[in-house]
Design a protein around this ligand. Structure first.
Ligand code: C5P
Length: 466
């Protein structure tokens, strides 16, 4: 590893480094190490390189791992700012990463510390703070976001936005951004009704800014009521998600996903089940929803919360899963990630099977193959059908055979031998098997596998004619 000499850097950079190091109580060398470590982590999270399993087959470029929905929340200076702290949580509940920017006026109502503690990242306040500019900078804050939410948007902040001011960090971000902006106005009803305020709002709307609220009701000031209350955090979070989904790459597409195990009853207390956790299937459902798809998730019994923004149908047996899947059709894309039991007990006893004498012999019968049933449909077949192959040996070979037998378009194959820790674990190593060849993706979290798969699905879907 090459050693670095700070002396060789230009004077301006050295000055900024010294300033930053002093502020953080570190030596300049330690500061450089910290910066390099964080830059390396950034590169890692954005540039997963994929290895090829089969020599020259199907080369794939670097996979950009799409991060969670990124929200820059600009908190303006109004009493409703206290609700913005709750908004941070409500956005996080929907899988968002939130970065907070507080105007000077906002800091009279809430502190950057409170916003940072909730966001899990420092809050940004100052356009001319050398450390912020060195770390992120207002241009990166403006661009490294999927949506910018302004809540509360005061009359003054709205006026500045409408007129293109950029005299503080919040307004500079709002002017520099090319991302969608959602504004949650909050002001006294008389200010809201004022001609100047309405003129500014009309300008924002004409500029493509989206509004949520304001609502009618009591104001913070005693005896004041009318239109001007900031929309509730849940409404604002829902509006931000809806805005992103409408702009998502899979907007208007219907995606069906199966996930988890099935549980096949033997008697009222005993079942035949398997160790599938549902983590991979649920992560795919979440990633598809984040990309704007209309998602139906048919899930066996799992210990996972329903992913936000997804219609979840809970089932237990393979037969119930097939019924739910048929009901969810037609869809554009179907992804079968469930570990469906191949067999079920032929007879289900209505009462608990008793222990007398010899252990019972359990006769099994085959379950319907849901993936194969859907993939072989003559009419109403989804345009893209994706299966999974959990294998303990000859992973790719078995997956290639399965692709043909099941009639699906893609198979994601993974090695589930106990040593891999994939069953129930958070990481996965998969091979994407298609008619064009085999791609082996690097080991990654199940969430990243899901996002990579959804990126591939998105690319395939854009080729479909509506
Ligand atoms: O045959 P095998 O179980 O290995 O195939 C795995 C793939 O087939 C997975 O995509 C799984 O969801 C699907 N499958 C199914 N119905 C079954 C068995 C498997 O949909 N009865």
């Amino acid at each position: 590893m090459a050693s670095l000499t700070v002396r060789q850097l230009d004077e301006k950079l050295k000055r900024r480094l010294r300033l930053r190091a002093a502020k953080n109580g570190r030596s300049v060398e330690d500061e450089v190490r910290t910066i390099l470590r964080s830059a390396a982590a950034d590169v890692e999270s954005f540039a997963g390189t994929a290895e090829l399993a089969h020599g020259a087959e199907a080369p794939i470029g670097p996979v950009r791992k799409t991060a969670a929905m990124r929200v820059v929340l600009i908190i303006g200076g109004g009493i409703a700012a206290y609700k913005s702290l709750d908004l941070i949580r409500r956005l996080q509940d929907r899988g968002a990463h939130v970065r907070c920017v507080l105007t000077r006026a906002a800091q009279h109502f809430v502190t950057p510390l409170a916003a940072a503690a909730l966001a899990g990242e420092r809050a940004y306040t100052d356009l001319f703070d050398p450390q912020s500019e060195f770390d992120v900078g207002h241009i990166r804050l403006a661009r490294d976001a999927d949506v910018i939410v302004v809540a509360p948007a005061t009359a003054d902040l709205i006026a500045k936005m409408a007129n293109g001011h950029a005299d503080d960090l919040a307004t500079a971000i709002l002017l520099a951004t090319d991302r969608p902006i959602l504004v949650a106005p909050a002001m006294n009803p008389r200010m809201w009704a004022a001609k100047a305020a309405q003129r500014n709002l009309a300008q924002l709307k004409a500029d493509g800014v989206r509004l949520v609220g304001p609502n009618e009701g009591e104001m913070a000031e005693r005896g004041e009521a009318g239109t001007g209350r900031m929309a509730e955090p849940l409404e604002i979070a829902a509006a931000a998600v809806a805005m992103l989904r409408a702009a998502g790459a899979l907007a208007g597409r219907r995606v069906l996903i199966t996930s988890g195990p099935t549980s096949e009853p033997l008697d009222p207390v005993r079942v035949l089940a398997n160790r599938s956790s549902g983590k991979q299937g649920h992560a795919i459902a979440a990633a598809a929803a984040a990309a704007g798809a209309d998602v139906v998730l048919v899930s066996g019994p799992v210990n996972l919360p329903d992913p936000p923004g997804v219609t979840v149908v809970h089932i237990e047996t393979a037969q119930q899963m097939l019924v739910a899947v048929e009901k969810a059709l037609p869809v554009d894309v179907a992804i079968f990630a469930a570990a469906v039991a191949d067999w079920r007990p032929l007879h289900v006893s209505g009462s608990k099977i008793k222990k007398h004498g010899r252990p019972p012999t359990i006769a099994l019968t085959e379950n319907p193959d849901i993936l194969s049933t859907v993939a072989h449909k003559k009419s109403g077949r989804p345009r893209l059908v994706v299966g999974f192959a959990a294998e303990t040996d000859n992973v790719v070979g078995n997956a290639e055979a399965k692709l043909k037998k099941k009639g699906c378009d893609w198979i994601l194959a993974n090695d589930v031998s106990p040593a891999t820790g994939i069953m129930g674990g958070d990481r996965n190593t998969v091979h994407l098997v298609t008619a064009a060849g085999v791609e082996s993706w690097p080991p990654q979290s199940k969430a990243d596998v899901a996002r990579t798969l959804i990126e591939r699905v998105t690319a395939a879907v854009t080729e479909f004619k509506r």
